[in-house]
Write a protein that binds this ligand. Structure first.
Ligand SMILES: NC(=O)c1ccc[n+]([C@@H]2O[C@H](COP(=O)([O-])OP(=O)(O)OC[C@H]3O[C@@H](n4cnc5c(N)ncnc54)[C@H](OP(=O)(O)O)[C@@H]3O)[C@@H](O)[C@H]2O)c1
Length: 313
């Protein structure tokens, strides 16, 4: 039976570190601020919105809420982003996806300045990740002083998307070897699958990315030393699709009709084959939120170094 990759415990550790960093910035007269933008009432987005606000409260980060009906216009959203870009109290913005289908989401995302793109979705952040300009953040072992040390390092000025970065952190925390391993990722979205593939490449894994058009998915997944699924399809991955001893990371979040939350992985059959597995809930989700807070604190630290808040005696 597989051991559990426990995201909750790791998330608490990261949040403790963020709390200390926020307190240290407060001493320098800097309040750390996160904008959270939600359109409409998609249940998964509303849930994430509330979780993020709660996590901000617990870490001393001030949340600035931007809530819109799903009838919001493109201009209204763009004006808000311009205001956020100028607002010195806000160090990062979490934009809950999806935006309403008639809105050009890429245009909205790319209006946010890269310095506040703490979820790494803008074209500049994506480009820097692809060009290995920001991957130093994941290549280097993370430690207690990383946030301070990286604040003035140009390679750390872009932010890595929180969910895939969280997957890497979780594997590192459990000392799962990545270099030279065969990683199979199901899903190629800009938010999860694609950046995750680049992060694994940066860590010198051999990476296969699967999607809806992949033929014979099982023949791919059975080759994986590390299998990550990010599709939003409940029970897509079953025990017969997993090599014995593989590490299985379930990014998926699916709400079943009875209100329970489940991932993409059929936990019972896969846990019999895997060596390590993430639960849903309690796996990747809590680490994602913790990474978002860490990126926000990092942004505030950098901002304070570039624009000192206190007079140097
Ligand atoms: N735990 C967290 O913190 C967290 C954070 C973000 C997202 N999520 C969850 O992760 C899941 C994926 O999110 P996302 O934003 O990446 O979703 P997305 O944009 O809908 O992308 C889903 C991906 O899965 C692929 N896919 C769907 N059905 C498939 C199938 N039957 N076989 C193979 N590939 C399939 C799609 O392939 P095509 O590209 O070919 O269509 C697509 O690349 C969702 O459940 C979401 O709620 C969790």
């Amino acid at each position: 039976m597989a051991d559990i990759l426990d995201g909750k415990t790791l998330a608490e550790r990261i949040k403790q570190r963020v709390r200390r960093e926020v307190a240290s910035l407060n001493k320098d007269a800097v309040d750390v601020g996160l904008g959270v933008l939600l359109t409409g009432d998609n249940p998964a987005s509303v849930q994430y919105y509330k979780t993020t606000l709660g996590a901000c409260r617990k870490t001393g980060i001030t949340a600035y809420e931007f809530r819109f009906a799903d009838t919001v216009s493109l201009n209204e959203l763009l004006n808000s982003i311009h205001a956020i870009n100028r607002d010195e109290r806000i160090h990062g913005l979490l934009m809950l996806m999806p935006l309403p289908a008639r809105i050009n989401a890429r245009r909205v995302i790319n209006t946010l300045v890269p310095e506040k793109d703490i979820d790494g979705l803008g074209s500049i952040s994506v480009g820097r990740l692809s060009a290995d300009e920001s991957t130093i953040q994941i290549i280097r072992q993370t430690g207690a002083n990383t946030m301070n040390r990286d604040a003035m390092n140009p390679a750390a000025w872009s932010f890595l998307p929180c969910t895939p970065f969280g997957v890497i952190r979780l594997l590192e925390h459990y000392k799962v070897p990545i270099r030279g391993r065969h990683v199979v990722i199901i899903g190629k979205s800009l938010a999860v699958g694609k950046p995750l593939s680049m992060m694994f490449l940066a860590k010198e894994a051999t990476v296969t990315v699967c999607h809806r058009e992949t033929r014979d998915l099982g023949s791919m997944t059975r080759q994986a030393d590390i299998l990550c699924s990010a599709t939003g399809k409940a029970a897509l991955v079953t025990g017969d699709m997993v090599k014995r001893g593989a590490v299985v990371v379930d990014v998926g979040i699916n709400m079943l009709q009875d209100g329970t939350m489940t991932g993409d992985v059929d936990f019972r059959s896969v846990a019999r084959k895997a060596s390590l597995i993430t639960p849903v809930p309690g796996g990747v989700g809590p680490v994602t939120v913790a990474m978002l807070l860490e990126n926000t604190a990092r942004s505030a630290r950098r901002f304070n170094m570039l624009h000192p808040s206190m007079t140097l005696a």
